[in-house]
Design a protein around this ligand. Sequence first.
Ligand code: NAD
Length: 420
Amino acid sequence: MSVVAEKVSNPFHVAQRQFDIAADRLHLEDGIRLKLRVPRRCLTVSVPFERDDGSWMVVQAHRVQHDVSRGPAKGGIRFHPNVTLDEVKALAAWMTWKCAVVNLPYGGAKGGIEVDPKALSLHELERMTRRYTNEIAIIIGPEKDIPAPDVYTDAQVMAWIMDTFSMREGFATPGVVTGKPISIGGSLGRREATARGCTVAIEEACKHLGRPLEGMTVAIQGYGNAGSIAHDLLHERKAKVVAVSDSHGGCHSARGLDPKVIQTFKNESGTVSGAPGTDRIGNRELLELKVDILLPAALEGQITEDNAPRIRPKILAEAANGPTNPDADPILHENGVFLIPDILANAGGVTVSYFEWVQDLSNYFWTEEEVNQKLETIMKRSFRDVLAISQEHHVHMRTAAYMLGIGRVADATRLRGLYG
Ligand code: NAD
């Protein structure tokens, strides 16, 4: 791969470019800039585990802590064959800015295992997860770094992490992970939180643009936790979701897709592609559909300078982390696309993770209404904060969100100074 191509597709280079654009706008001093451009700590481990046939397998895995000046590190764990250390570094940096945008007392982290989880049995997945937890246990903990679910990890994986960590400690330590099952210290509303926060941000964008959400057409790329629940919530609000997709392909119907029908079909067949009463559609094609709202909810690097000229929704709400490359941003902006950047659009997940951690540490649990209401308050306030910077400084919403997040982290870093 050429250096130029590598630079564009390497998520960490993307994250650094996004940082530089906002740092320039903030006139950030050199020292702070040097410190915040790179992660504080990267741990790479080899994880050995036994296959069901008795053979051994060893996978590479990472945990990266980008910054902890505002509080413990926080961020999900991803199981995917394309995980790389640079991807985890990018995702960790995005977590730092995201937590600061919604003003949570956290820094950013991320973890990943270079593995295809679909090729493992449930028992193999459990053994791998437990050994990975053991290997990274030296740097995680309720006061240090708190993992959560991400692509191809779920509440069950979090339960295994919580149990393994607790066994080492000798007592139940629910605050070590969020996104757990409710019965072991999970929070009501966490499962839906990413999609709910994204829906609140979309509603705020609609108000700002003076257009009702009701009747708007929507396309969603990715049909896991974020994408499928966004389908439910947008359908409830009478938006018309006309296309959805997953790693196998997508489906489309101009009449609109009923979430119950699509979810039942996916549960039975493993994909949304081929759902009854729909046409098949490819993932690339879905992004270029003429819709009012586009919701990428899968992986990074989906919108580039190549396809951006053909992507013209009124609102682009980035439920996924890093779906848009920096070269695509000015093209979208020029074409009048209103962007809700990932570090704002999907911040509902980490916000309710924060609520879960607070509930675990205080051993006092809230009702779902309380959780949802507090989430809505934070999402609305954060949307307003980012929009105000965008208007005041005449920058698009991504740069505005970065300016807000980086500004807060820079302030904490400056006040704390350098140790040693
Ligand atoms: P998930 O594992 O529940 O779902 C991922 C979905 O993406 C699946 O439907 C999968 O089939 C699909 N997918 C994978 N590769 C694809 C491809 N090439 N094209 C189209 N679809 C593809 O994961 P999730 O938790 O919903 O995460 C999705 C995105 O949202 C990620 O970028 C993640 O970092 C981000 N996110 C998730 C949370 C959370 O709380 N789960 C919070 C913030 C951000």
